[in-house]
Design a protein around this ligand. Structure first.
Ligand code: 4AD
Ligand code: MG
Length: 461
């Protein structure tokens, strides 16, 4: 447990130090008198070069087990490396190979594999440079999320994963049941009294409604958990299981909501650039050229803020043609979102005051009777990364909206009651964690930024 990690050795290991390194072989190269191999232990992108003299090898150390993918425990002294690519290397004099990886069968050879292929071997892909870098960035961003909120006195709430309320009212829930599905005849109706919870239950689509409960006691709270959507969207930005960060703030209107969202994203970018420099250089070189400079600029810019109506005007004035029509009342498609961010504003844009018809029931209604105090943050290359709003805090207006939309008001009784006792203006938003990781790494497909992707017809492992 306490042996030094490769990231540490590459940074501060000194020639002459005797160390044991444990990890996996990335490559092996035989020269006349020596065998070189590169060890990676996941702590950083770079490998540690290990060297074994062949006389040593033939005499005492079995080197035939060393091949790409094998696990090794290598002991020796660090030495200054004569090679150009590294400062130090490990001169090995003791070696064990706990698990070999026969080259004729190990699926990850030195060549570059396609991301599609790597998805089929999600149990081995964390050993590649790209997925390794993605997962380190993911880890850093997760930590930064908690830091941001904890430094500001937000309470972390663990909202439930099994829920009996549809938080978005969109009916895109995976049902949770212990009823024997094979024997059910839906035509006869299902009696949920016999089900595990005594009522219909599902996997949550959002922790927002429960976060609201806590915001109306603790003022500022956040939840960061898995959410599930049974939407049939087979795209590069949709998952059926994804992680979402949802802050909820009492006595905060939509302007305050936007300020927090913008400050939060910039904070995450600052941390990313400071804490993940090596991995970000990798993405800049191999995945999305110029991304580091681009994110640096975003971290310093003021985000544009426009209304939905202005967005529609901008899109109508566009000289390019879109696949989906642009008309007031229709939802923005990802091509529209990309056009606004990439061509009109050249950076993130926050769009507010959407038509109520295309937004969730809980959003605060504007006086015009047509729009709601929604705010979506759109970013270049990706489109929507954050969705949020001020919440309807008027009991009767909320109840009317729930009924108008044909939702079952009884299901929302406790949510409505928050508006009957100590209601207060409040707002929040949801940041899709995988969308964030896609945005900051430049990865094209959302399935490559989560360890085990679940999407339509995809749930291996
Ligand atoms: O816009 P959404 O649906 O908003 C909510 O769920 C609110 N309850 C949030 C809130 O106000 N507390 O989702 C929020 C974000 C989106 O902007 C997007 O980044 C991400 O969640 N998201 C998805 N990410 C991956 N796959 C999906 N299927 C996603 N659906 C939404
Ligand atoms: Mg949304």
């Amino acid at each position: 447990m306490n042996d030094p990690r490769i990231s540490e050795l590459l940074r501060s290991g000194r020639a002459g130090d005797r160390v044991t390194v444990r990890g996996w072989v990335r490559t092996k190269r035989d020269a006349k008198n020596v065998c070189f191999f590169e060890i990676n232990d996941g702590s950083c992108l770079a490998n540690l070069q290990a060297v074994i003299g062949k006389d040593e090898a033939t005499n005492r150390i079995r080197i035939d087990g060393i091949s790409t993918g094998a696990s090794v425990e290598a002991t020796g002294r660090l030495a200054e490396s004569p090679g150009r690519n590294q400062r130090i290397e490990l001169r090995v004099d003791e070696l064990t190979v706990p698990g070999d990886a026969p080259p004729d069968r190990y699926p990850l050879q030195k060549k570059r594999h396609s991301f599609e292929y790597l998805r089929e071997i999600a149990h081995l892909r964390p050993r590649t440079n790209t997925i390794g870098a993605v997962m380190r960035v993911r880890n850093s961003m997760s930590y930064a999320v908690h830091r941001y909120f904890q430094e500001r006195g937000f309470l972390h709430v663990h909202t439930p994963i099994i829920s009996t309320t549809d938080a978005e009212g969109a009916g895109e829930m995976f049902q949770v049941t212990t009823l024997p599905i094979e024997g059910l005849d839906p035509a006869n109706g299902v009696d949920y009294a016999d089900d595990f919870f005594g009522k219909r239950a599902s996997l949550t689509v959002s922790g927002q409604l429960e976060a609201e409960v806590y915001a109306l006691a603790f003022r500022n709270v956040y939840t960061f958990g898995p959410t599930f959507r049974a939407e049939n969207s087979n795209t590069s930005r949709h998952l059926a299981e994804f992680w979402m960060i949802e802050p909820e703030m009492a006595f905060c209107d939509i302007h305050c909501d936007m300020d927090v969202a913008e400050e939060f994203l910039k904070y995450l970018l600052d941390r990313l650039l400071a804490d993940c420099a090596e991995d970000m250089e990798f993405f800049d070189r191999w995945i999305e050229k110029g991304i580091v400079e681009n994110l640096r600029r975003v971290a310093e810019a003021d985000f544009a803020r426009i209304s939905y109506t202005e967005a529609i005007d901008r899109l109508r004035a566009a000289t390019v043609s879109f696949d989906y029509p642009v008309e007031w009342g229709a939802d923005l498609q990802s091509e529209h979102e990309k056009y606004l961010t990439e061509h009109v504003y050249g950076g993130p844009v926050i769009v507010t005051d959407y038509p109520k018809r295309i937004k969730a029931f809980y959003m605060k209604q504007n006086d015009d009777g047509e729009t709601v105090r929604a705010m979506d943050m759109l970013v270049p290359r990706l489109g929507e990364i954050i969705g949020g709003s001020e919440r309807e805090d008027d009991h009767d207006k909320l109840l009317r909206r729930i009924e108008e939309l044909g939702l079952n008001a009884e299901e929302y009784w406790w949510y409505l009651e928050l508006r009957a006792f100590g209601s207060a203006p409040h707002s929040g938003f949801g940041l899709g964690f995988e969308r964030l990781i896609q945005y900051v790494t430049g990865m094209q497909n959302i399935r490559d930024v989560i360890p085990f992707p679940r999407a339509v017809h995809t749930a291996e492992f």
